[in-house]
Write a protein of this length. Structure first.
Length: 357
């Protein structure tokens, strides 16, 4: 089965494939990153969450930035990305220094993905979720102001300010590219105007193409060269032996709940009409809300099936303009081994070979 876009559909950048990092307590980030590098994969990505989204967890999640520093020091070529750092929980000055630290230890292989996070990750902890896009915009300006040669930085905003502030590490370390996790009109416009890359939660190739089109328009309006923003995509997949088996896994509460985390506009049946960022979802609500997701609709936008089925569906994102896909198999969450006869990195490498060939 052919699992690649036609040459006419291809982006100008070679396709890259990334994989999720292990983030449970006790995991070994150096060993995992070395294995991914040896398998020929392009990148590894860390989430920035204080807890999982299902009532039973997993909740024992490590902080991404120290884990990335360990992985970066152990590897040589693998890119390391945050998917994504929550700037509403992390002060931008501290994030600027932490990112440069990982960049230094990895020899310049960090991709700093940032986003607004979710109300569930802030309000429950006594933190403010007001004006998230405005605060993200200001945070980006703060980070980049501090990265300019490490010299005194000044900034005056509604939420953040700098007055002769320094991030001395910036004089010694080249800053990493900054990618935005954006889905709505204001964030997509901000991505086209300021970001080096884009990493949305993929809500289907049609929606992805529309969002990327908005970024390209904003990019042009800002006077930037076409294609300045590298088009990433964080894609959940469900790999099993057959498409029917994967469909049964999708019906489980744990996987159906993924529909709650898809961006606004991906699923008409989602009870979170403002999307996951703005609707405060408590752990006790997740299962009941997930059962309102229409399974046919979820199956339409989430790649699932045997590896060849999944590769064919991922190729639709490539045809829509994706240049760097972070592929995350969620089948193990439903209590099944990933990918049928393929396991773990074997599956991801197979998918990469099928898509890049």
């Amino acid at each position: 089965m052919e699992a690649q876009a036609t040459e006419a559909d291809r982006s100008t950048r070679p396709l890259k494939i990334g994989v999720p990092a292990p983030q449970l307590a006790g995991s070994d980030p150096a060993r995992a990153a070395l294995a991914a590098e040896a398998a020929g994969l392009d990148s590894m990505w860390w989430a920035d969450r204080l807890a999982g989204w299902m009532p039973e967890g997993p909740h024992a999640l490590v902080d991404p930035l120290p884990s990335m520093a360990v992985a970066g020091h152990a590897t040589a070529t693998l890119q390391l990305g945050t998917a994504v750092a929550d700037v509403l929980r992390r002060h931008p000055a501290q994030l600027a220094q932490s990112a440069l630290t990982v960049q230094d230890l990895s020899g310049g292989r960090l991709i700093l993905g940032v986003g607004c996070g979710e109300a569930a990750g802030t309000v429950r902890y006594g933190m403010d979720f007001d004006r998230p896009v405005e605060r993200l915009d200001e945070a980006l300006h703060v980070v980049r102001a501090l990265w300019r040669d490490g010299g005194p930085a000044h900034f005056a905003g509604r939420h953040y300010s700098l007055s002769g502030a320094r991030c001395g590490l910036a004089a010694a370390v080249t800053p990493p590219p900054v990618w935005l996790a954006s889905h709505g009109p204001r964030m997509l416009a901000l991505t086209g105007e300021l970001a080096d890359g884009w990493l949305p939660t993929a809500g289907g190739p049609r929606l992805y193409a529309e969002q990327l089109g908005a970024i390209r328009l904003a990019e042009a309006a800002a006077g930037r060269p076409a294609g300045s923003v590298e088009a990433g995509a964080f894609v959940w997949i469900v790999a099993s032996r057959t498409r029917a088996d994967a469909r049964r896994l999708l019906a489980s509460d744990r996987l159906r709940a993924l529909g709650l985390l898809l961006p606004k506009g991906a699923l008409a049946s989602s009870p979170l009409q403002h999307g996951p960022s703005h609707d405060l979802v408590g752990h006790e609500d997740t299962v009941a809300l997930a059962r309102q997701i229409d399974l046919d609709e979820l199956a339409e936008v989430m790649p699932h099936g045997g590896p060849e089925d999944v590769a064919e569906e991922l190729a639709r994102y490539r045809a829509a303009g994706a240049e760097h896909m972070v592929v995350c198999d969620m089948a193990p969450l439903a209590g099944r081994d990933a990918g049928g006869d393929l396991r773990g990195l074997q599956l991801y490498r197979w998918l990469r070979d099928a898509l890049v060939a």
